[in-house]
Design a protein around this ligand. Structure first.
Ligand SMILES: Nc1ncnc2c1ncn2[C@@H]1O[C@H](COP(=O)(O)OP(=O)(O)OP(=O)(O)O)[C@@H](O)[C@H]1O
Ligand SMILES: [Mg+2]
Length: 452
């Protein structure tokens, strides 16, 4: 038995309303709310099935969840081995960051002989996609292109073709003919994604969907797709810089802790095996304001150089400019130096940067940040082979941070001999000397003793 009830839905933001409204109270749009029929199933008879008629969970085993390698090592490793057949992955990122390049390279790797891969391109003409493909490598014969934006037609073609992998570039360009709103609206996105998920499960086709995010990081149409898909990948970076990070925001088949690091080049995205090397390559060891910190990206330790430049200015307050480091952390480091070491930042210009386009926004960078500011304002160099790693609490105390052992190993591997850490830090690898300190003040005293 089914009972119809009336539901009104905004075609712009998807908000449900119990009655018709002239203006949507979800997004404020006028005349966007319309009735949508909803079938509510109400069983009057009840089911006669018992628990023993249902399939046992253990009979399903693991076979449906094993990843198949794409052949693009950096992406496979982020995904925990590859893409699971029949799974749906959303690759999101800001406009121009390199989503089409990454997904094309994934498609080209996956289109090994015997496999069939389809690229649905609603955004670019096939010739444009081919030009990018030629720039990045040899386009395999088994990679086909489908230049169509109608979801029903795309699904009909894919049902015939039954490829192993489908790449949709992008979900914002698809339109469902039965949905009465513009392509890219929330209702369109949700409907298109739901139909693609159903197709993936029914045909056991792996689907990679590209979605644009807006500047504030939300998938255009407030993250409506994330709960529908199995995996959400986020492709990030600074467009002024060639480094790109592939992060897993959600993964139904594996961990979300690994990060892929790439460089955008004329030949497409190239995996960076040793990011620490890249960040430190042109460093001037011993320059005032320069301190190296072993950060953690996902599970991967990365050595990054923090640089500060503190100059006198004619203004009254402190002017702060940062790159790759949150301004709030810089302000906190300045406040700690002011309180516990009597450092005066009035009438100064403070510039802080994580060199090479890296990002340090975790507490493990606190001590290095404070030492870097202090080194610059006092124009005193720190020991060239020194690495600093600790969170600094508001009482000026040094606190341990996660994955300390991995960070110390990376510092050792990159040839550093001296690490300043909180008292609770684990024993270091052979050849690495730890200087333990209880507080920011204590850390500065220890460094002064080393330099004396
Ligand atoms: N010849 C080249 N050499 C180096 N980098 C290039 C070259 N051509 C393009 N790029 C880089 O690739 C980026 C565009 O990549 P791509 O088209 O994959 O991004 P996208 O995220 O799909 O963009 P959109 O939002 O427009 O779909 C450019 O911003 C540029 O950084
Ligand atoms: Mg694109």
């Amino acid at each position: 038995m089914a009972k119809n009830r009336r539901v009104f839905v905004c075609s712009d933001c998807g908000t449900h309303h119990p009655r018709w409204e002239g203006r949507c109270n979800g997004c404020g749009s006028w005349a966007s709310v319309a009735e949508a029929p909803v079938e509510v199933a109400v069983s009057k008879t009840g089911s006669t099935a018992t628990a023993t008629d249902l399939p046992a969970l253990e009979d399903f085993g693991l076979s449906g969840c094993l990843p198949v390698p794409i052949g693009f090592d950096e992406v496979d490793s982020v995904l925990g081995g590859g893409l699971v057949p029949g799974s749906v992955t959303l690759l999101s990122g800001e406009p121009g960051i390199g989503k089409s390049t990454l997904s094309l390279q994934i498609a080209m790797h996956a289109a090994a002989p015997g496999a069939s891969v389809v690229l649905v391109t609603g955004e670019e003409a096939p010739a444009q996609v081919a030009a990018r493909g030629v720039r990045t490598g040899e386009i395999p014969r088994s990679l086909s292109v489908l230049d169509n934006t109608s979801v029903s037609e795309v699904i009909a073609t894919l049902t015939e073709a039954k490829p192993q992998l489908v790449v949709i570039d992008s979900i914002q360009t698809l339109r469902c003919d039965d949905v009465d709103s513009a392509a890219g609206s929330v209702t369109q996105l949700r409907s298109a994604a739901a139909q693609l998920v159903n197709m993936a499960k029914a045909l056991n086709v792996t689907v990679l969907i590209i979605g644009h995010v807006t500047k504030d990081g939300t998938l255009a149409g407030p993250r409506v797709l994330e709960h529908l898909v199995d995996t959400v990948l986020s492709f990030e970076g600074d467009r002024m810089n060639s480094l790109r990070y592939l992060r897993v925001a959600k993964h139904r088949y594996g961990s979300t802790t690994d990060v892929g690091v790439f460089e955008m080049t004329g030949q497409g995205l190239v995996s960076i095996r040793d990011p620490s090397d890249l960040f430190l390559v042109d460093r001037h060891p011993g320059a005032p304001g320069s301190v190296v910190v072993p950060t953690i990206e996902g599970r991967r330790p990365l050595l990054v150089e923090l640089q500060s430049l503190v100059n006198q200015s004619h203004g009254m307050g402190a002017h702060i400019s940062t790159q790759g480091v949150p301004t709030a952390r810089v302000k906190q480091a300045m406040a700690l130096l002011s309180r516990y070491l009597d450092v005066e930042f009035v009438s100064t210009e403070v510039f802080v940067s994580a060199a090479g386009g890296a990002k340090v926004n975790e507490p493990g960078g606190d001590l290095a940040l404070a030492l870097s500011l202090l080194s610059s304002i006092r124009n005193v160099s720190l020991p060239a082979n020194l690495v600093a790693c600790a969170e600094v609490g508001l009482a000026g105390e040094l606190r341990s941070v996660p994955h300390m052992e991995r960070r110390l190993q990376e510092a050792h591997r990159m040839g550093f001999h001296l690490v300043i850490v909180p008292e609770s830090a684990p024993e270091p690898p052979m050849g690495l000397r730890l200087v333990r300190a209880r507080s920011l003040f204590g850390a500065v005293e220890e460094i002064q003793a080393l330099s004396a």
